[in-house]
Design a protein around this ligand. Structure first.
Ligand SMILES: CCC/C=C/C(=O)SCCNC(=O)CCNC(=O)[C@H](O)C(C)(C)COP(=O)([O-])OP(=O)([O-])OC[C@H]1O[C@@H](n2cnc3c(N)ncnc32)[C@H](O)[C@@H]1OP(=O)([O-])[O-]
Length: 303
């Protein structure tokens, strides 16, 4: 019998898992939806979940990582909440959608405890994780309005790689950008294996993605990952003043221009996302990854 290779996306196991996860996501999204007010919900709290806050004001829907005690690490539930928030933001009255974080971090990336059960054992969530991740990243690829990151502090892993799918990234000079996949036995995701070399050139992208070099905000700006860096003392005031001005620009114009830009490479991004998730699925079975996870949990390893 044909053994599916890493890039064979159509094998039955993946399809079954995709069905399961799709059902799981559907029920999770619809149960949150009953309490959300997505459509037309400008100028009020649009949706509430414990770790992801969503507000809509002055033409801007803001999705905020709100888990400061864990440096805004992203749990599986948060991935689902973010997808729901983006789905609602795509049809609400707002013009621009913004991501930011509460506390000293923007986000420390994927919650490494996503893979641990209550007894502290590593769980096999490999296929489920790949399916969730693929759907999550596709939601960013397809988001129709201008998407802006207000990076208030350090960003790690998927919180960094996703930025390649944003339209603008404003950073405090306190922010750092770190993709330590080599130390984690994982691989670049969120289309960064394509967007980063395109953005910064292959030599600079390799330092980040292959060698896990942490960039300061100014280095990230010099390499095209960040639009502009602001001093921490004036960051919030300057950025929000600017965003409120941008939110008065033509919403239809911005949608059409964004679609024009995205359509040049939408199919390419879907393919890259699928490939990265398939490779990631293999990486999450590796001993390297399990060792990295054990080291983090036993507090032997920190970035
Ligand atoms: C599959 C999808 C693909 C995604 C890939 C990625 O994103 S790859 C990137 C994956 N990301 C990483 O590899 C980052 C791993 N994290 C770190 O290396 C460090 O925590 C730090 C450098 C972010 C902050 O160091 P610091 O000394 O300033 O603070 P602190 O360490 O005391 O943290 C406070 C609390 O937050 C907790 N917590 C924080 N982050 C995470 C997390 N991601 N997960 C879980 N928990 C996390 C931490 O355990 C602690 O909890 P406790 O003990 O109070 O219950």
């Amino acid at each position: 019998m044909h053994k599916p290779g890493v890039f064979d996306f159509d094998n039955k196991a993946k399809q079954d898992a995709r069905k399961e996860t799709a059902m799981d996501l559907k029920s999770s999204l619809s149960s949150s939806e009953t309490s959300s007010q997505g459509k037309g919900g400008a100028d009020k709290k649009a949706q509430e979940s414990k770790d992801i806050l969503v507000t809509s004001e002055d033409g801007i829907t803001t999705i905020t990582f709100n888990r400061p005690s864990k440096k805004n690490a992203i749990s599986f539930q948060m991935y689902k909440d973010i997808m729901l928030a983006l789905k609602n933001a795509s049809t609400d009255n707002s013009v621009i959608t913004v991501f930011t974080g509460v506390g000293d971090y923007y986000s420390s990336g994927n919650d490494l405890r996503n893979f641990i059960n209550d007894a502290g054992e590593i769980q096999d969530k490999v296929t489920m994780c790949a399916v969730l991740l693929r759907e999550f990243v596709n939601t960013f690829i397809d988001f129709p309005k201008p998407l802006v990151a207000v990076v208030n502090g350090p960003a790690v892993g998927i919180a960094v790689t996703l930025l390649g799918l944003f339209d603008a990234v404003y950073a405090s000079d306190r922010a750092t950008f770190h993709t330590p996949f080599i130390h984690l036995g994982q691989n670049p995701e969120a289309c960064s294996s394509y967007t980063f070399p395109k953005m910064m050139g292959s030599a600079k992208a390799a330092e980040m993605l292959l060698f896990g070099k942490k960039l300061t905000a100014r280095e990230a700006w010099a390499q095209g990952l960040v639009t502009e860096v602001f001093p921490e003392s004036t960051f919030e005031t300057e950025v929000w003043t600017r965003l409120k001005t941008y939110a008065k620009l033509s919403p239809n114009g911005m949608r059409v221009f964004k679609e024009l830009i995205r359509n040049h490479e939408r199919q390419k991004l879907y393919t890259v996302n699928a490939e990265e998730c398939a490779v990631g699925q293999e990486r999450l079975k590796s001993e390297e990854w399990k060792d990295a996870l054990r080291n983090f949990l036993s507090r032997k390893a920190k970035l």
